[in-house]
Design a protein around this ligand. Structure first.
Ligand code: NAP
Length: 477
């Protein structure tokens, strides 16, 4: 694919947007539902193809298709109900505001979720719900799967009578990604992947004559704090929980717990041993592709080569280009404070235990961490009363804080926040999961002194859409 081709695609996306943004929410909702139905119709083929391309097991892929169709339905319901446009009306000066779509959106498919964060995943579903046209750059690691999902979208476009270029699909290397971000018709970018990749896209966006936002979800080590009474009373249960969480999907989740922080103590040592034993019992797994496998082995050996990092659970020696066994290492709070390399993500089934000498050091460690998607706290009621500062620090640290549960597992729901302070994402105000993900692709428009016949339905005086609105400072429908 060349620049001329990218230009054609973005022109088509622009023209499609002009028509698509005018389509009534009920019809857009039906379009999203038809995409879901077309995906379900291809389910067996999709699972087989994605299995071949990603090494992910059929049960996981079937679950992920369920998540993907659920997301499409959730956004369909959101726009059918309609209040998401945040209509605000001040009748006295006759000023009225609502959210409208920004324009064509470029979505980069993620490697680790071939369905839910890829071609018809959350970014695409939320952008289409908002009324934006979408250009997808399929992830090179699962291109056949991506094209088959796109076929489902195209079938839905035809059946629902949507503009032909409402959604387009592009394959190619990073030059194409760069041109898509740089193209003047692109108004926003959605990305899930590496820190380097996300940073590169932000740099391209900033070089444009008209800069645009890049909503990039990048690395996170999802620090877990294990408080003393919880460790004393629930060490075995916590070890089993975290062995499962660390090794889930070969550790290829953005919410994988990479740092487990506690106070140096007998209970912490016992937890280390139980966790190591539980991890030893998990079977080696295949990673998504040889590139991610190589990156994991390199990252892990660099981590283990750092001073004052000791390997607790030795990974099984496997000669294979995608297979890995899990590993667990230990360091001290002081070592982590002295060496930023210990705070880096190792994307795969590996975790670092951090033993702090006292409460002050533990708080210092938390304070020293970069922005995260999640942070968890394992605590009893007494722990929470005695360690209130921990929760305060965690609120500043991450987008989601989890009590007595592991961070893997991201519910698709209205209250979800899947985002967090930089470098977890490029904009901590937004989530890429849940209904609020739609807010990335819209902007407010304010109409002043417009008569009712000239206003969008959402802002007309008698509320023909029946949506919740803030009218003269009172919520009403
Ligand atoms: P990636 O290398 O960041 O690539 C993701 C997408 O961005 C691909 O389509 C890639 O295109 C594109 N891209 C990357 N750098 C680019 C650049 N400079 N210019 C234009 N496009 C660019 O991520 P990945 O392939 O998914 O996995 C690599 C690593 O990312 C993993 O080892 C892991 O560390 C991390 N990762 C993190 C998460 C998370 O949720 N935090 C999820 C998945 C992966 P090309 O490949 O065609 O260049």
């Amino acid at each position: 694919m060349d620049s001329m081709h990218v230009d054609t695609i973005m022109q088509q996306a622009s023209q499609a947007f002009e028509q698509y943004k005018r389509i009534k929410p009920a019809q857009r909702a039906a379009f999203l539902e038809t995409i879901a139905a077309e995906i379900v119709a291809r389910k067996d083929m999709l699972v087989q193809m994605a299995g071949e391309e990603t090494n992910l097991p059929a049960a996981r892929l079937n679950g992920e298709i369920g998540r993907t169709t659920h997301q499409l339905q959730m956004f369909a319901n959101l726009i059918k109900e309609g209040s998401w446009v945040e209509a605000v009306i001040d009748t006295k000066p006759n000023i009225r505001k609502m959210l409208i779509p920004v324009g064509p959106v470029v979505v980069f498919g993620a490697s680790n979720f071939p369905f839910a964060f890829s071609t018809a995943g959350g970014d695409t579903a939320s952008a289409l719900a908002a009324g934006a046209s979408v250009v997808i750059k399929g992830h090179p690691a699962h291109q056949r799967t991506s094209l088959l999902v796109f076929e489902a979208i195209q079938a839905a476009i035809t059946q629902s009578g949507m503009p032909l270029y409402t959604v387009q699909h592009v394959t190619g290397d990073y030059h194409i990604g760069k041109e898509l971000v740089m193209h003047p018709a692109t108004t926003s970018v959605g990305f899930t992947g590496s820190f380097q990749g996300g940073k590169a896209l932000v740099a391209y966006a900033a070089q444009r004559e008209t800069p645009i936002p890049v909503f990039a979800e990048m690395g996170s080590v999802n620090p877990v704090v294990l408080l003393p009474e919880a460790l004393q009373t629930r060490a075995t249960e916590l070890a089993t929980t975290f062995a499962t969480s660390i090794t889930l999907g070969a550790g290829q989740f953005c919410t994988n717990p990479g740092l487990l922080i506690g106070l140096q103590s007998e209970a912490f040592t016992q937890f280390q041993q139980l966790l190591g034993a539980a991890m030893e019992q998990t079977s080696p797994q295949r990673m998504l592709h040889p590139g991610i496998h190589q990156a994991f082995l390199k990252g892990r050996s660099e981590m283990l080569a750092q001073q004052e990092v000791s390997l607790l659970e030795h990974p099984a020696q496997i000669v294979d280009d995608t297979m890995v066994g899990p590993s667990l290492a230990l360091t001290s709070g002081a070592a982590l404070l002295a060496n930023p390399a210990l705070k880096e993500e190792v994307f795969g089934p590996h975790a670092l235990l951090v033993a702090c000498k006292d409460k002050a050091e533990l708080l210092q460690v938390l304070k020293s961490l970069k922005g995260q998607l999640t942070t968890s706290i394992m605590a009893t009621t007494n722990d929470l009363a005695n360690w209130q500062e921990v929760v305060e620090l965690q609120i500043s640290l991450a987008g989601r804080i989890i009590l007595n549960n592991p961070p893997t597992g991201v519910e698709v729901c209205a209250a979800m926040m899947h985002g967090g302070p930089y470098p977890a994402t490029t904009d901590a105000r937004y989530t890429s999961v849940g209904t609020a993900a739609i807010r990335r692709w819209v902007r407010p428009i304010c109409f002043q002194q417009f008569s009712d016949d000239l206003l969008p339905d959402e802002l007309k005086q008698n509320n023909p859409c029946g949506i919740w609105r803030l009218v003269d400072n009172t919520f009403t429908r």
